[in-house]
Design a protein around this ligand. Sequence first.
Ligand code: MOS
Length: 727
Amino acid sequence: MTAAAARPRVDARAKVTGAARYGTDRTPEGLAYAAMAVATVGKGRVVEIDTAAAAAVAGVRLVLTRFEASELKPPVYIMAGGHAVQSLQPLLSDHIAYRGQPIALVVADTPVAATEAANRVCARYEAAPFALELDDEDAEKLRQPEALPVPALADIAVGDAEAVFAGSEVRVDEVYDHPKQAATPMELLGCVVEWRGDTVVVHEGTQNAGALRNGLALQLGIDPADVEVISPYLGGGFGQKNSLQPHLGPVALAARRLGRPVKFVMTRPQTFHQGSFRPASRHRVRLGADGNGRLTAAIYEVDQETSRHDLFPAMYTEAMSRLYGVPNFSGPTRLVRVDTQTPGYMRAPFESPASFAFESAVDELAYAVGRDPVALRLANDTGTDPITGQPFSSRHVAECLRRGAERFGWAARDPAPGSMRADDGSLIGWGVAIGAYPACVAPAIAHVRAGADGRVVVAVDGHEMGQGIRSAITFLVADDLGIAVDRVTVDIGDTRVAPQHLTAGSWGTASALPAVHAALRELRARLGVAETGMLDVGAAVAAAGQPTVEAEAATLGPGQPPEMLDRSRAGKVAFTGPVYPGFTSFSFVAHFVEVRIEATTRRVRVPRVVSVVDCGRVASAVTAASQVRGGVVWGLGAALREASEPERRYGGFFNATMEEYVISVNADIGEIEVDFIDEPDPLLNPVGVKGLGEVALVGVVPAVTNAVFHATGQRLRRVPITIADLL
Ligand code: MOS
């Protein structure tokens, strides 16, 4: 790695010193604090609500149990063309759709008073039966409708998978179960809302300031121009903060009523019942192959939970149909309605559970035909998108596998399960899996201002979730102009400086960088300097005879229709990919995992992981490697720790605290070696970047479970793996 490539995160210092201000860090003058009382039944109706005890708590200013629909309109679900994490707006009716749904909002002078008062709200319910899981009697199963405004939702099918599978020499047919998982970003959901005259100013950690702005305006019946949303940093988003939350409208109305700024921070247990989460899914994978393990057919069926009130689209087959050159593929998907808040996007929402199922099945195939799992994967690689017949814009799966195997020392692996042991008697297992994630693009608008002082300020569409987008933009500008990193300021996540579209789907950097790149071309044109090469910014601006020179550019993805820019400006989802005119674009990864299983306790440890990623050009080496490590750690948690358990008696989730919802900690994490192919993608955009954030996680779970099989001979088709599974 060169010195330039190893540049630290530009906001590292601000983040560790506390100088970086997160949404709910704000404490404007006169601040009041909100807390929520929530439903304690799994479904039903509020019959009676008593707020007297709550109102009597010293310092309480407001107890709200119900808004008029004229005051607060219900939002439209983001995946139905709106702005919100779900269509159900609490506090508009007596209907309880899920446990943990807010029934009252309390505002007080201190957070302690607000919390105490919220706990004193008393409600009587008429309870109704509820469904919580795929197999529950009341769970409604439906074929995934194709009318949702998301591309590629139609069931993917090519060739005649059923017939070819039936006639295949070797067949794998297994079912894999993935549990519900909670997103647990360090930063809790919350906001600080302040009215300045008719303008409402929102500070909230969000991946989608534009949706908050436009969605809140619609809910309150005001002009989006009168809403400012500011979100320069998130303490983790992971998809949970991808749009308008149900708390924002009520908190904004409370602030207006009180004439005071109001802060709301959701409690951690409430987050489990109100934040979006990864729904449970069941995967039946049928693979047909010849005697050498060359895949001829795959039938990949998925059932995924959604809520009673929304259809959370399931897109498991999109990436799995591109892992290998399978000529006959079908992927029918069903949604299953249960009584929870609407589940949602959570890092590699479909691709990670899908990879657990699909890459486990591929490992099973490798053992069925007696072929090394790496060799079998190499033999099934393809340069052509099997679904569209188009070439991939770039695809370095084979190189990821070869380089990873080399770095890991895969050649020393004895393929027989249970054959490798450590000195202390632990079983050693080595597993491999690959991953893919669609390389999508959203429209983006970038504004660049160069000053005679040699400084450059960039205002662009994008949100810093910790993934390093601010660093990637800064380095692009510094390198393009040949100026020092500290001459560049990047303003993102702020509706006051640029329209803000959803940062998700791993398209953030791949959307913002092309816009900034285009704005820099425009800036150079305005300065009358060469299109590339080092620039004395201060001198060039001075020569133009002005204190500053500004330029703006709006970019679209390849073949993306211009009306996508209007959708984006309206705060609606507007992305294209992974299929573009003439090519298909995915990011890829290969993970190699070593597990050690203690002989007596059967405790599973993961001492080392090697991950090699193909994400196009690496825009910020340090933050990119960090992102991959984060994905690997998450995958270890998904394989060995994480599951949200349904609460059968009272509805919702049983384990709704950080004590009981177990994620990986430092002691769980061994050595994680990260390497990048770092070849610019030649087609997706002029900067050569694809996405990275989510592909990092895809394939980690099956690499672990495949390693456990190698260690023990036990094929576990349900995660997380527990000690009990291995006794
Ligand atoms: Mo991501 S789960 O698309 O924020």
